[in-house]
Design a protein around this ligand. Structure first.
Ligand SMILES: Cc1ncc(COP(=O)(O)O)c(C=O)c1O
Length: 454
């Protein structure tokens, strides 16, 4: 048995029980793992459906160009289908999106125009406006418009909803979905509610987005809008694909909670999913008091973790945003654990003999060499030994003649992993300037001590 092309492999994604992360929750929590679609996201479904409907309606003609404003996943689905069906693609996206997502679109031969995030949708520079302008200017082009194109929600009404209904044998009680264009929640939610109106449809929103307040008050509040980090969900306008009548409630999740929960999924469940999966699960956990023992909850995991390698799966990225709770040891904490210790240095003008005796008295095997307070090199026992073996007369020459290049400098935030990687048989220590401008040395010995005390 084989498929005629890659597009035939879209859909029929697995439903997988979560075990560890959800152990304190009542009910059974299942994840609909959309990463097994060929473009690694749920968006393959609606991308193909939008193209097929446009072909049927005569809007997309042979050799045409598909234009879309996309955060990546829809673009991936469109680009993949365009390759198989022989269309060109031009995408506009925002500078907030992962570089990996943009590169992935280019891998399919698509043209990608990156636009600024922090401008109004009506601004001519916004990715919505740029894609609309392209649609007017590029001949034989069709704009997919995933926000308002009903084929988007329809794809989930025809596929995602029925799959979930069948996979749970009609026992599903709650559907939890991160909401962006609204296609997934509205289409799958509408299908499921038609089967059983008691099924609860919970939308996950971000801080900085308008959905929750609009659902609760009917007010489109511009004050709710501000930049946020979470990708794929939340909006600063109301897409036509969000059917508020299908959604029972919205829950907002912070960028930090979404990012950390995304990581937890890989570590605790072995599921390598994207940012909105973490957000949806974090939202469900916030709502746990509303669950009962016999509930059967399905959470949508929209896309794959590989698209977030430079983001929540990167410790430096997390640290820069203050998201790391279990902060590993770094230069600052190593110094703190060791306590105050004056750095011992040799001056370039000292003789090799003086410096060696000095090191021997203090029982240290390497010291930085300074010139007028600046670190200019280092001497180590072995450097001195090798130099003296070659030329015993060097004993009375100056340190300058035997010193080697200085120990590398790191900053206070440098992690213990990075410091350890810098230390080797030629570089036995690193230097770090503290908050007061004082230079400290961190040796292998300090690192071992810090780890054994941790
Ligand atoms: C990663 C990710 N999660 C969630 C969503 C939201 O899905 P929908 O647009 O169907 O509401 C998207 C859509 O862009 C997405 O790319």
């Amino acid at each position: 048995m084989w498929y005629n092309n890659i597009l035939e492999t879209i859909g029929n994604t697995p439903l997988v029980k979560l075990n560890k992360i959800t152990k304190d929750l009542k009910g059974t929590i299942l994840a609909k793992i959309e990463t097994t679609n060929p473009g690694n996201s749920i968006k393959d479904r609606m991308a193909l459906k939008m193209i097929e409907d446009a072909e049927q309606a005569g809007l997309l003609k042979p050799g045409g160009t598909i234009i879309e404003g996309t955060s990546g996943n829809t673009g991936m689905g469109l680009a993949m289908a365009a390759v198989v069906k022989g269309y060109k693609c031009i995408f506009t996206t925002t500078d907030k999106q992962s570089k990996e997502k943009v590169d992935a679109l280019r891998a399919f031969g698509a043209e990608v125009i990156v636009c600024p995030t922090n401008v109004d949708p009506e601004d001519p520079r916004s990715y919505y406006s740029v894609s609309s302008r392209l649609e007017r200017e590029v001949p034989n082009s069709w704009k997919a418009n995933q926000y308002d194109n009903p084929s988007n929600a329809q794809a989930h009404y025809e596929q995602t909803g029925p799959e979930i209904w069948e996979q749970t044998e009609g026992k599903i009680t709650h559907l939890v979905v991160g909401v962006g264009t609204g296609g997934t929640i509205s289409g799958a939610g509408r299908y499921l509610k038609e089967q059983n109106p008691n099924i609860k449809i919970w939308g996950i929103d971000t801080y900085g987005s308008v959905f929750k307040k609009y659902k609760e008050t009917g007010i489109f509040d511009k004050n709710e809008i501000y930049p946020y980090i979470t990708e794929g969900i939340g909006e600063d306008f109301l897409p036509e694909n969000v059917d508020f009548s299908v959604i029972d409630l919205f829950e907002k999740v912070t960028d930090k909670d979404a990012a950390l929960m995304t990581r937890e999924l890989a570590r605790k469940e072995g599921i390598f999913a994207g940012n909105s999966a973490g957000s949806a699960l974090a939202g469900l956990i916030q709502l746990k008091d509303s669950l009962k023992e016999d509930d059967l909850v399905v959470v949508i995991f929209h896309d794959h973790g590989s698209r977030y390698m430079g983001k929540m799966y990167n410790e430096d990225w997390l640290r820069e945003r203050g998201f790391l709770e279990d902060e590993k040891l770094n230069a600052k904490s190593i110094l703190k654990r060791r306590g105050e210790q004056a750095i011992v240095t040799a001056d370039v003008q000292q003789t090799v003999f003086e410096a060696f005796n000095f090191m021997k008295t203090l029982n240290i095997s390497q010291i930085p060499v300074t010139q007028q307070g600046m670190v200019v090199g280092k001497i180590t026992e072995s450097d001195i030994l090798i130099a003296l073996l070659e030329n015993p007369a060097l004993k009375s020459s100056s340190v300058q003649d035997v010193m080697t290049k200085p120990f590398p400098f790191v900053d206070l935030k440098t992690s213990i992993d990075k410091i350890s990687a810098l230390i080797n048989k030629d570089t036995q220590a690193v230097l770090v300037e503290d908050e007061f401008g004082k230079i400290n040395i961190i040796t292998q010995y300090d690192i071992i001590n810090a780890i054994s005390e941790a």
